[in-house]
Every structure is written in structure tokens, then in C-alpha cells.
Ligand binder design. Structure first.
Ligand code: ADP
Length: 299
């Protein structure tokens, strides 16, 4: 089983010619509303990759239908999602003409997860199950401590990155998933450091933790405890919207690791899945299915 104790956000996505500047009023050429949030996107990716996925978290009781509907369409269990008397988490996303994004995030219900919620959810999971986390929910320290003590494999995507994260018991995580900027901040090195030097620093700081380092359009490196690093170059594709690229990558990779797929193939499939995702606008609509990912790899 894969438990994702994760964020659920409603994404309001605006197409703009360029990111709005201080004092500027900018007209958007179109708006779309999607179910999103790193947590929800990762659950959808985990499920489309073939995982048995349980999403836990919290949403607002008045505005959450779009969120639970997407989870249910993707056959993700949402019986561990609490309903709250506040807005669901949401974002305002600008997408520029190059497909880059910038995001305002309001945590809403995602920030109301309590220790009692976590205890009740974890009671339904066992040692060996995987638990995926991102930095968009409350009480992450408690989640890591409780789940790791129970023997779950905690996979923490340290995103969005804040310095507060460094105070968490990260050494209890089985996997830490970081991009270059997050990895550099955790290792205390500059952002343009060599990725392998960066990984060496991270691995000596957290010797019992496996690392996934993503490098955007350059690809990624997987370094598991006791194994040599494996790298995969990104596929050259026409990126129109990188929203959820990292989430798609993570979902596929963690699902493939949870089913103990050969690691080179697991990494290649995750790379292919994210290459397909950047070619489609939006978050969940861009996350491909395993069948299409495998076909893309064969080409
Ligand atoms: P995050 O969005 O979490 O920072 P990255 O930007 O590193 O994550 O992207 C995750 C993965 O998505 C990369 O390792 C790569 O495989 C894929 N990817 C990202 N951007 C592109 C792109 N422009 N073209 C092809 N693949 C991409």
C-alpha cells in the first residue's frame, strides 16, 4: 500500500505573456481551474503508474468536490481525508509563453492536519508500506516520527523548501526527493555545484537515506543506500507547462520502487512520464498513464 499524506489544492491557472511585475496590472489570456496540489498530483501519478494509493489529508467542506472527484476518478482511496470548516488549499498559477510557472499558495485546510488525524490514519497501515509526504501540510514532524517508528518507508519531497525543514528528523526518511536548489540548501553548497558532489554531501549527512535528485530538463539521479548512483537524461521534448513535472516524476519513481522494479527501468519510466507531462497544460490532466509511458519508452 502507498499512503500519501499530502496536500490537496484547487489550482487557478492563468496564461500570461510574462510574469506580472511589481505595480503592473496584466491581462490574462485564459483561466482554467484544476484539482492540484503537490499531494494530489503525486497521488494521481502514483495511481496512474499502477499503485494502490490511499490519500490522507484535509479539505474545506464547502469547496472540495473538485478535489475528491479527481481522486475518485483515479481510484484513489480518500476515506482518510478530513472535512474542515475553512477553505481548501488553493493556488494562483501564472504560466508564461515559455511554459514556465510561478505560484501563490494558500494552505487552507492542508494546514489543519492534527496529531489525532495522523494517529487514526496510520493505525490502518503496516510496516513496509510506503508513505509519501510534501512540505505543504501541517504536522510533518509527527508524520515522519510516527510512520518511521511503525516501519513505514517515508518518502519526503522537501518542496516547497524552507529552512524550517532542516530541523525535521530527515534522517528517519527512507527517501528524500529534492531538486538542485533544495538539495544545495540541504547540503549547504552553492546551487551551481556539481550534482554528484551535491549527492555525496547529502549522503554523508544522511547515510541511512536514499536520495532522488531531479535536475529539470537535464534529468535526474537516484542514489539508494548501499547502491551506486543511477542517472537518466531527460527526454528532449517541447515543454509547454512544467506544472506537475516533478510530481509526475516522483509518483512514477516511488510507485516503481514500491513494486521493486529494476531501478534503471524505474528511473527511465519516471523520466518518460514527466517528459510526457510537460507537453500538456495543467496539473492532473498532464499526468500520463503507465501504458502510454511504456509505449513512449519503446519508441
Ligand atoms: P521540480 O519541478 O520538482 O523542481 P524538475 O524540474 O527537476 O522537478 O523536474 C522533474 C523531472 O521532470 C526531471 O528530472 C525531468 O526528467 C523532467 N523534466 C522537467 N522539465 C523537463 C523538460 N523541460 N523536458 C523534459 N523533461 C523535463
Amino acid at each position: 500500500k502507498i499512503l500519501n499524506y499530502g496536500s490537496l489544492n484547487i489550482d487557478y491557472v492563468y496564461d500570461v505573456p510574462h510574469f506580472v511585475k511589481a505595480g503592473e496590472t496584466l491581462s490574462s489570456t485564459s483561466r482554467n481551474i484544476f484539482a492540484g496540489g503537490k499531494g494530489l498530483n503525486q497521488s494521481v501519478a502514483l495511481s496512474r503508474a499502477g499503485g494502490d494509493v490511499y490519500h490522507a489529508g484535509a479539505v474545506g467542506k464547502d469547496d472540495s468536490k473538485i478535489l475528491t472527484q479527481v481522486l475518485s476518478e483515479d481510484k484513489i482511496d480518500f476515506s482518510n481525508i478530513a472535512l474542515r470548516d475553512c477553505p481548501s488549499g488553493h493556488t494562483i498559477i501564472q504560466v508564461d509563453s515559455k511554459g514556465q510557472n510561478c505560484i501563490i499558495l494558500y494552505g487552507g485546510a492542508n494546514q489543519t492536519i492534527t496529531e489525532a488525524d495522523i494517529d487514526a490514519t496510520l493505525a490502518k497501515f503496516d510496516a513496509g508500506d510506503f508513505m509519501v509526504l510534501q512540505n505543504e501540510t501541517s504536522n510533518i514532524r509527527y508524520m515522519i516520527e510516527k510512520a518511521s517508528a511503525k516501519g513505514l518507508k517515508v518518502c519526503f519531497n522537501v518542496s516547497p523548501f524552507t529552512d524550517e525543514l532542516l530541523k525535521l528528523p530527515l534522517e528517519k526518511c527512507a527517501y528524500l526527493i529534492v531538486n538542485e536548489i533544495e538539495g544545495a540548501a540541504m547540503a549547504g553548497v552553492s546551487e551551481d555545484s556539481d550534482p554528484y558532489e551535491l549527492l555525496d554531501k547529502l549522503c554523508s549527512k544522511f547515510p541511512k537515506t536514499s536520495f532522488v535528485l531531479t535536475l529539470g530538463s537535464r534529468g535526474s539521479i537516484l542514489k539508494e543506500v548501499g547502491a551506486e548512483p543511477i542517472s537518466c537524461r531527460a527526454f528532449k521534448v517541447n515543454a509547454v507547462d512544467t506544472t506537475a513535472a516533478g510530481d509526475t516524476f516522483l509518483g512514477y519513481l516511488i510507485c516503481n520502487i514500491a513494486t521493486d522494479m529494476n531501478r534503471a527501468l524505474a528511473l527511465k519510466a519516471a523520466t518518460a512520464a514527466s517528459a510526457l507531462a510537460v507537453q500538456v497544460k495543467g496539473a492532473t490532466p498532464s499526468i500520463p498513464r503507465a501504458k502510454d509511458v511504456m509505449e513512449f519508452i519503446k519508441k
